[in-house]
Design a binder for this molecule. Structure first.
Ligand code: CP
Ligand code: NVA
Length: 305
């Protein structure tokens, strides 16, 4: 049987993603009703972190326990991973002792090399290029608040980073439109985003134009993990790419605001927007737990209904 990994958003079809959303809603309702659901009893998830995390670690670790399994945390500092053991060797060993692996690392090629040598499914918990679990949670949150995302307009303001690339892939898989505005020099690279074409996104020089009529406005930090050396330069380059109340005014009146967090109020988003009535950032963060439980169930057990 071939192993199913989740290394990029488009590793799964629209049907599979919609199935995961249905399961996430059911798993969430069980959790909210304090009902035990242990389909992954005796299964072990290994979580490998080469970059910092609060939400990803917590949601995977808590999620695996809540499904009846166990989760083991490894990081670069206190494992052999930081001492030059080849990724291929690590994959051979780790995947012989576990049922599922989640990795947060730098280049996408690292997670691909791991997956190619793994006997168990591998999940991308963020790379320089993609953050597919976050976009699963974001779209699930959109659906909970507003219904289907098909045909809707999502505006991305800021850096064409891992979040932006993954939104662009999701637009192709689930058939919605992306409006993107980045500062000059930080434009989308369709090849890096691994897109089929440019049908589902439009680029705007002026962020206000990108936000016009949006159903959802979203952004992320100006400097992602691993790019800290560019921090000062980016602060200047991104100064006009803040999501503020004026920008939300040109979006649809019921437009949602999302941010994967952690956020920097006064940089990529103003405090009145992230803490305002259109913001669903806390629901978005919580939904990491529910969608990832559905994802782990799907990768290990397939369709259970
Ligand atoms: N949004 C997100 O992935 O958060 P962490 O970096 O805290 O895991
Ligand atoms: N783009 C950010 C997301 C953090 C969750 C980063 O890669 O640092």
């Amino acid at each position: 049987m071939s192993i199913k990994h989740f290394l990029q958003f488009n590793d799964l079809s629209g049907d599979e993603i919609n199935y995961i959303f249905e399961r996430a809603a059911w798993i969430k309702s069980q959790f909210k009703g304090y009902k035990k659901y242990w389909p992954l009893e005796d299964r072990t998830l290994v979580m490998i972190f080469e970059k910092a995390s609060t939400r990803t670690r917590l949601s995977f670790e808590a999620g695996m326990h809540q499904l009846g399994g166990a989760a083991i945390y490894l990081n670069t500092r206190d494992s052999q991973l930081g001492r030059g053991e080849p990724v291929e060797d690590a994959a051979q060993v780790i995947s012989r002792m576990s049922d599922l692996v989640m990795i947060r690392t730098y280049e996408q090629s690292i997670i691909e090399r791991f997956a190619a040598n793994s006997r168990v499914p591998v999940i991308n918990g963020l790379t320089n290029e993609y953050h597919p679990c976050q976009i699963l949670a974001d779209i699930f949150t959109y659906i909970e608040h507003r219904g289907s995302i098909k045909g809707k307009t999502v505006t991305w303001i800021g850096d064409s980073n891992n979040m932006c690339n993954t939104w662009l892939q999701a637009a192709e898989v689930l058939d919605f439109n992306m409006h993107v505005s980045t500062p000059p020099g930080y434009e989308v690279e369709p090849e890096r985003a691994n897109l089929y074409g440019t049908d589902h996104f439009e680029e705007f020089k002026d962020p206000m134009d990108a936000a016009k009529g949006a159903d959802l406005v979203t952004t992320d930090v100006w400097t992602s993990m691993g790019f800290e050396a560019e921090n000062e330069e980016r602060r200047k380059d991104f100064a006009d790419w803040q999501v503020d109340a004026d920008m939300m005014k040109v979006a649809k009146p019921d437009a949602l605001f999302m941010h994967c967090l952690p956020a920097h109020r006064g940089e990529e988003v103003s405090a009145d927007v992230i803490d305002g009535p259109n913001s669903v950032v806390w629901q978005e963060a919580e939904n990491r737990l529910h969608v990832q439980k559905a994802l782990m169930e799907y990768l290990l057990l397939g369709k259970v209904k």
